[in-house]
Design a protein around this ligand. Structure first.
Ligand code: ISL
Length: 552
């Protein structure tokens, strides 16, 4: 397997709006990130993935871009960005830009032109359709509630938007659109960025006959069958790779709902020249029922292990993957997969140990390094995320029990991950002097960077330990992976190994002490390398205990 920097690098994801506000308007900014670069570097991070900072009307907080070449003034504009890039490079940090190429904002010049008339030269930059039997062209549902079609009064036709009405889908069928996109990507490569995270790249090729979904109530299935992995997806990615990406020493990670075990490797196969790696959502959508995230189902540990086992099996050794347990679209990883009530510190560390000992490039989401948790605002007026608000409106219109729905919002809202970064215990958690755009989590007095810096036993220090361990032991990056107890409901054991060495990772995902009982390895023949407990035994694991052991 070829060795490269982007396989070994540790990525830190920043949601700029919530990171650090220097200018005092309640919104995080680029100068704030620059102020924190030494902190980020101290985590053992090599690469920063910056969520979108381009000009945008912010209907979806930057995932609706109105100008792909300019940085929003809200974040500090182009000058601040140039400074960030040079300050990062000075410190040996690489920058991964977030590119949203499936759709633009409806306030982008292209769309403003496109909607003007049916013969406008930009008309075919987007998907326009006539009404069908007086109604929307098909029954597809937007990711963010309602139809994917919006009628535009000017020409009396519908345009496609898989996300909000202000995020019209770009028509990649049109060679001019693809050329524009190649130019944009080249523009950022020339500026010196080190790679791209490509938003919903799995959706760029459409089934242009727009067939009705025959499983409209099964959202996951609808995405897979109708929206994702369209007929020309690999042609488009290959073209982008050949024309631009391959000319630069950059990394690419494609994001993609609907990428499944059957389709995943095609995006990242090392002989196919498309992307370096993808994010799949096997474990992130694991609790989604047929109706999606607001229709959650019970999740068991074997289900969780199966996702990691199946993906590792499918992707390697011919492709490369990513490992993450949270991002700006999901609730906090320690709230989802750990226990924030009784074992906050231990379970956050266990999850960190999992992240840093898996195969794939590691992605840490801001705040997870201090175990930031979900938030439970008292009512819907506190929420900002368009997906949350639309789902709430839809539930209200359907006459659902709204107290119960608010509880689901507490569990599932994307705002859980977007509350301001908790730097210290002063006003607004040290995030901003002004009222933050989204209320800080009330637990900031106990969970914050400053307090954890002072405490050797903190989650923060443990992240540093784990990133150093991964860096010092390349078998954690390149070694094989094998699960040792697929069916155990409480314990997750796996090994990472190559010709020379073997490590065993032991994780206890429950609130009780568990006996170590596994025939597939001899624990007495191992030595303990790392753990989140000080009192370890060869016979049992404490609640939420995690260990890395090495075969003698
Ligand atoms: O957020 C989700 C579940 O709550 C996902 O379905 C998400 O919408 C999907 O993974 C695509 O996400 C990406 O594109 C969206 C944007 O809102 C997300 O923030 C982004 O990560 C549209 O650009």
């Amino acid at each position: 397997m070829k060795k490269t920097w982007w396989k070994e690098g540790i990525v830190y994801q920043i949601y700029p709006r919530s990171y650090k506000d220097i200018t005092g308007n309640g919104i995080g900014d680029i100068l704030g990130i620059i102020e924190k670069l030494d902190y980020i570097k101290s985590l053992g991070v090599d690469i920063i993935w910056l969520c979108p900072v381009y000009e945008s009307p912010n209907d979806d907080n930057g995932y609706d871009i109105s100008d792909y070449r300019n940085i929003s003034d809200e974040f500090g504009g182009n000058a601040a960005f140039d400074l960030l890039l040079s300050e990062m490079h000075k410190r040996g940090l690489k920058l991964l830009m977030d590119l949203v190429l499936n759709h633009s904002s409806d306030e982008h010049e292209w769309f403003k032109e496109s909607r003007k008339s049916k013969v406008n030269p930009y008309r075919d930059y987007y998907f326009w359709q006539e009404a069908k039997n007086g109604k929307a062209p098909n029954n597809w549902k937007s990711f963010f509630s309602g139809s994917v079609w919006k009628k535009d009064e000017i020409t009396d036709e519908y345009f496609l938007h898989l996300f909000t009405k202000k995020q019209p889908d770009l028509n990649w069928e049109n060679p001019k659109v693809r050329e524009e996109i190649h130019d944009i990507v080249e523009f950022w490569c020339k500026k010196g960025v080190d790679g791209f995270r490509m938003d919903v790249i799995s959706l760029i090729s459409k089934q242009t006959d727009f067939p009705d979904s025959h499983v409209p109530n099964d959202y996951g299935e609808t995405i897979k069958t109708y929206y994702a992995n369209g007929p020309k997806i690999h042609q488009y990615l290959n073209e982008l790779n050949q024309k631009v990406l391959s000319k630069y020493d950059i990394m690419t990670v494609g994001e993609g709902p609907g990428i499944d075990l059957e389709t995943g490797l095609d995006y990242v196969h090392e002989d196919r020249d498309e992307l370096n790696m993808i994010f799949h959502f096997g474990h992130m959508f694991i609790d989604n029922g047929i109706g999606g995230k607001y229709d959650p189902i019970e999740v068991s540990l074997p289900m969780f292990k199966k996702v990691f086992n199946d993906w590792d099996d499918k992707i390697y050794p011919k492709g490369w993957g990513s490992i993450f347990l949270g991002n700006h679209d999901f609730s906090r990883m320690v709230s989802r997969f750990g226990n924030t009530e009784k074992y906050h510190n231990k379970s956050a560390k266990l999850l960190a140990l999992l992240l840093f000992t898996m195969r794939g490039t590691v992605y840490v989401y801001q705040g997870d390094e201090i175990g930031m948790t979900n938030v439970a605002y008292p009512d819907i007026s506190y929420y900002n995320d368009v997906e949350t608000l639309n789902s709430y409106k839809e539930a209200l219109a359907q006459g659902k029990d709204m107290d119960a729905f608010l509880k689901l919002v507490h569990m599932q809202s994307r705002d859980n991950a977007r509350t301001p970064m908790q730097w210290n215990s002063s006003k607004n958690a040290g995030f901003s002097e002004a009222k933050p755009w989204l209320e800080v989590n009330s637990n900031y007095k106990s969970i914050n960077v400053e307090a954890q810096e002072k405490n050797e036993d903190s989650i923060l220090h443990f992240y540093r330990k784990m990133s150093a361990f991964r860096k010092a032991n390349k078998v954690m990056v390149y070694g094989n992976y094998k699960c040792l107890n697929e069916d155990d409901p409480h314990l997750y054991f796996y090994k990472r190994y190559d010709d020379k060495e073997t490590y065993i990772i032991l994780l206890n995902f429950c609130n009780d002490t568990q006996k170590i009982d596994n025939q597939t390895f001899d624990i007495n023949n191992t030595t303990l390398c790392l753990s989140n407990y000080a009192d370890n035994s060869n016979e049992y694991l404490n609640p939420w205990e995690a260990q890395v052991r090495k075969y003698l």
